[in-house]
Design a protein around this ligand. Structure first.
Ligand SMILES: Nc1ncnc2c1ncn2[C@@H]1O[C@H](COP(=O)(O)OP(=O)(O)OP(=O)(O)O)[C@@H](O)[C@H]1O
Ligand SMILES: Nc1ncnc2c1ncn2[C@@H]1O[C@H](COP(=O)(O)OP(=O)(O)OP(=O)(O)O)[C@@H](O)[C@H]1O
Ligand SMILES: [Mg+2]
Ligand SMILES: [Mg+2]
Lengths: 257, 257
């Protein structure tokens, strides 16, 4: 069954990293063994979980470009026993250029993750805000994708281009790649714009849209400054409740058929 | 004096496009001749100003890769007599790969803009959320940069890497490249996190931080869905007032010396 899931949207700041961190933590808390791969040179998933990277540490860059064993890069039991993390650093930006001239340049990540698949119930990949070679690697490595959708105009508009890229990867490299869910993020029910974008998304994607919606909640923005997932920073917050509900829905979609 | 200004920050969703559109409009309303270059394959500045691009239209992609004359791409007097726009399309993402093997690949945009400089008082460039080859082209073409800084943790953390890239461009390609301002965006004075990030920014950047701060204002998120700058969508909004104030401060910084 599907276990490698890319959290993707080329629009910036729509909640990819916040979703990757908190969905991973939610799944780990539900006793699933989870690997969170930080695929973004910004390294927000890495720092948002309080992980520091030294000059001699192995990271995703060395795995993709140097052929390092991913197990040398993985940090085990980050805050939760079942949560492992494969960190990213700014060097990863160089990978996009260096990969251009490599054979099977779109499949490097898929190849690197293959030996790990049996170690985990889920491998989540936090994608960067672009549709370049790094993101294509992540889509080609994935069995399924989750699309965080901020309830605003530019994010809604960008979906067309994202879906075109997903189609291209499905047809060219990864038949069976599917969207398992669209997650409405930073939803504010008092705002007309928020409600309109949510309506448009539900009309177009229908039941693909998660029933759980992530409200705007400052606790979600504070948690990474303490290096913690929301459930350990403030379990009582609406942000924590929402991400626990998403984890539950995610499990239902991927485990019950 | 300095006239080419890149609006840049590799963190996604910090308000680069919203600032590029509304600062450009504010300057045009102040009777400056302005060219807004959309440097992002997402094309948000293009669509946010209501511009549609047909298959036969010349855009930034053709200018950078095909050597087309930028004047064939420029849309004149967009909503305001003094505001011109050089549009972007998703093809621009391809430019990042295609430029890798070109001679002087970091200077393509600088070369393309050179003949236009005498036509305008200011050329603003909306950058994508990355520090890749496209962004490096924009930094190398610029005389100065404005950094929109969303008042949250990940955005603050990303500044180190941004400043390192700016230093690299200054030392390698563009001596004299300077930061003319850091603009606090989506500021919410009721939030501890917002105030803390603002304090950290002012402590580090001192007077480089614009006195004007952009508050969170839903009208700013609605305006692009009508294809308008904020001043034409809702001149009475706090968002419009804030961007008019930024335009005034910008002019003071660049024109009085
Ligand atoms: N529901 C929410 N409520 C309040 N703040 C949020 C919420 N979700 C995310 N944030 C904050 O919004 C900002 C953008 O979120 P995040 O970094 O997760 O988006 P992203 O899509 O990963 O961005 P990028 O495109 O740069 O990778 C961050 O400062 C984050 O802490
Ligand atoms: N001050 C504000 N108040 C409310 N919403 C805002 C404000 N500034 C920007 N927005 C909205 O926040 C979202 C992100 O802003 P914007 O697209 O300008 O950021 P960006 O840095 O250009 O993003 P990207 O990294 O994807 O290019 C957009 O939906 C925009 O309409
Ligand atoms: Mg992110
Ligand atoms: Mg933008």
């Amino acid at each position: 069954r599907k276990k490698i899931v890319a959290i993707t949207n080329q629009k910036g700041g729509v909640g990819k990293t916040t979703t990757a961190i908190n969905l991973a933590a939610g799944l780990a808390a539900a006793e699933r063994r989870v690997l969170l791969v930080d695929g973004d040179p910004q390294g927000n998933a890495t720092s948002g979980l309080g992980i520091t990277v030294g000059d001699n540490d192995t990271t995703l860059y060395e795995v993709l470009i140097g052929g390092s064993d991913p197990r040398d890069a993985i940090r085990r039991s980050v805050h939760l026993p079942n949560l492992d993390v494969l960190p990213a650093t700014p060097d990863l930006a160089g990978a996009e250029v260096e990969l251009v001239t490599e054979p099977s340049r779109q499949m490097r990540l898929a190849q690197a993750l293959t030996p790990l698949v049996s170690d985990y119930d889920y491998i989540l990949i936090d994608c960067p805000p672009s549709l370049g070679l790094l993101t294509v690697n992540m889509l080609a490595a994935a069995d399924a994708i989750v699309i965080p959708l901020q309830c605003e105009y530019f994010a809604l508009e960008g979906l067309t281009q994202l879906l075109r890229t997903v189609d291209m990867v499905r047809e060219g490299m990864k038949p069976g790649l599917s969207v398992i869910g669209v997650l409405l993020t930073m939803y504010d029910s008092r705002l007309n714009l928020s409600r309109q974008v949510a309506e448009d998304a539900r009309e177009y994607f229908k039941s693909l849209v998660f029933k759980s919606v992530i409200p705007r909640n400052i606790r979600l923005a504070e948690a990474p400054s303490f290096g913690k997932p929301i459930m350990l920073y403030d379990i009582a917050s609406v942000g924590a409740t929402a991400y626990m509900a998403v984890a539950k829905e995610f499990i239902e979609r991927l485990e019950t058929h």
